[in-house]
Design a protein around this ligand. Structure first.
Ligand code: MG
Ligand code: ZN
Length: 369
C-alpha cells in the first residue's frame, strides 16, 4: 500500500522505504510504565544489585528517546510526561498544555472518549507531575489542588497513589473531593484503614486508593508493595471494566528522588521495586496476548555513574550533574533514555526518536487514526 502511494505521487523520494511499518497486530490494551529519572546507570545498578537479573531483560524490542523540552535541553518530569501523554514538546513545568498553555488532549482522555477503561498508579502523590500530565491541564506542576479537580472531570476508572491532602484538606477552597468522588460512585480506600493489597476490587464501580496523606515513604523506609500490587491487580480490574480495552500508566516515581538525593541505595531500592512491577505487567500481557507493554523514563537524574571499585554487591556511585546556581549535585540530565516494548505493536519502538513519538507510537499500535 505504501509502495503504491509512493509511485502514484510520481516522485523518486523514498516514501515507501521511510514510511513507518504498520504493526503486525493491533494492541487492545496498553500498559505504559514510566521510571522517573531512570537512565541506563540506574537500570544497570538495579540489575547488578538484584543478582544480575531484571524483568527488563525479557523485552524483545529496545529503543532510545530524546528527552529535551521545548524551552530547555534538560527536561523536567512535567514536560517529559506531557510529551508522552499529549505528543507535544512543551515548557518545563507544563501539565497537559502546550507552549501557549493551551490544553492538549491526552492519551488517557482519548482512551476514555473511545470507551476504554483507564488507570494510573504512582509512588509519588497522584497529582505529581508524571501522573498529572495524563489527566490534567494546568500551567504549572505545583498547582496540586487544581490537578486534583481534574480527577473529577476525567473519571479515571482507577487510581492509586499518595496525595490525600490535595483532595480532602484543601487550602484554596472548602471542597472535599473524596466526598465528591464517592458521590460519583467511586469506591475510595486509604492507608488509614488498610493496605491496597487488602482492598477488594469490584469492577462494577470506579476505584481510588490513597497510599499517603502527601508523598508516600521511600521503599527504604518501609513503603509497602502497593505499586507491585497495582501492576498485578489493575490490569485485571480494567479488563473487566470495558470490552474496548484499557490504558494504564504506572510510575516508579522515586527512582528520580534517589538521584536528586545523590543516594545510590535509594535509587537501587526503587529501581528493583519498579522492575518487579514491570514483571507483573509483563506476566499479564503474556497471558492476555492483546496488551502492549512500554517501559521508559522521562529523563535521567543525577548524572549517576557506577565507578571503578564497584562490585555486583556494592555500587561505588558518582553523581556528575549539578544545578547552575550553587553547584548543588543531583540535577536531571539530558542523556537519551531507553524504551522497552513487548506485545502487539512493540516493533514500532525500535530505533532513536523524540519523546513525543512515544505518544504517536502508542496511538499507532492501538490502530487509532
Ligand atoms: Mg514523576
Ligand atoms: Zn526529578
Amino acid at each position: 500500500m505504501w509502495l503504491l502511494i509512493a509511485i502514484g505521487c510520481g516522485g523518486t523520494r523514498s516514501t515507501a522505504v521511510s514510511a513507518p511499518p504498520l504493526p503486525e497486530q493491533r494492541a487492545t490494551n496498553v500498559i505504559l510504565l514510566i521510571g522517573d529519572g531512570m537512565g541506563l546507570a540506574q537500570i544497570t545498578a538495579g540489575m547488578y544489585r538484584n543478582g544480575n537479573r531484571l524483568h527488563l531483560e525479557s523485552f524483545e524490542v529496545v529503543g532510545l528517546h530524546k528527552t529535551y523540552a521545548a524551552d530547555n535541553l534538560v527536561t523536567d518530569s512535567a514536560a517529559g510526561a506531557t510529551a508522552f501523554a499529549c505528543g507535544v514538546k512543551t515548557y518545563n513545568g507544563a501539565i497537559g498544555v502546550n507552549v501557549d498553555t493551551m490544553a492538549v488532549t491526552t492519551l488517557l482522555e482519548e482512551a476514555e472518549a473511545r470507551g476504554m477503561a483507564t488507570g494510573l498508579a504512582a509512588t509519588s502523590t497522584i497529582v505529581h507531575a508524571t501522573p498529572a500530565a495524563f489527566v490534567a491541564h494546568v500551567a504549572h506542576r505545583h498547582m496540586y489542588e487544581d490537578i486534583a479537580e481534574w480527577f473529577l472531570r476525567n473519571e479515571v476508572d482507577c487510581f492509586v497513589g499518595g496525595g490525600w491532602k490535595y483532595f480532602a484538606e484543601r487550602q484554596k477552597d472548602q471542597r472535599n473531593l473524596i466526598d465528591e468522588l464517592e458521590q460519583k460512585g467511586y469506591v475510595v480506600g486509604s492507608w488509614r484503614t488498610h493496605r491496597f493489597a487488602d482492598m477488594p476490587l469490584d469492577a462494577s464501580a470506579n476505584m481510588a486508593f490513597f497510599t499517603a496523606q502527601d508523598d508516600p515513604p521511600r521503599k527504604l523506609d518501609g513503603r509497602d508493595d502497593y505499586l507491585i500490587d497495582a501492576a498485578t491487580r489493575l490490569p485485571r480490574f480494567l479488563k473487566q471494566r470495558s470490552d474496548k480495552g484499557f490504558f494504564l500508566m504506572i510510575e516508579g516515581s522515586q527512582i528520580d528522588w534517589g538521584g536528586h538525593a545523590v543516594d545510590a541505595a535509594y535509587i537501587v531500592s526503587e529501581m528493583i521495586e519498579f522492575d518487579e512491577a514491570i514483571g507483573r505487567a509483563l506476566a499479564f500481557a503474556k497471558e492476555d496476548g492483546h496488551t502492549l507493554v512500554v517501559v521508559t523514563a522521562d529523563h535521567e537524574t543525577g548524572g549517576f555513574s557506577i565507578n571503578p571499585g564497584s562490585t555486583q554487591d556494592t555500587i561505588v556511585a558518582g553523581f556528575s550533574s549539578f544545578y547552575d546556581a550553587d553547584h548543588k549535585r543531583g540535577a536531571h540530565t539530558a542523556a537519551m533514555v531507553p524504551v522497552f516494548a513487548w506485545g502487539p505493536g512493540a516493533e514500532l519502538f525500535r530505533g532513536i526518536y523524540e519523546n513525543t513519538a512515544i505518544h504517536d507510537k502508542i496511538r499507532q499500535a492501538l490502530g487509532w487514526q
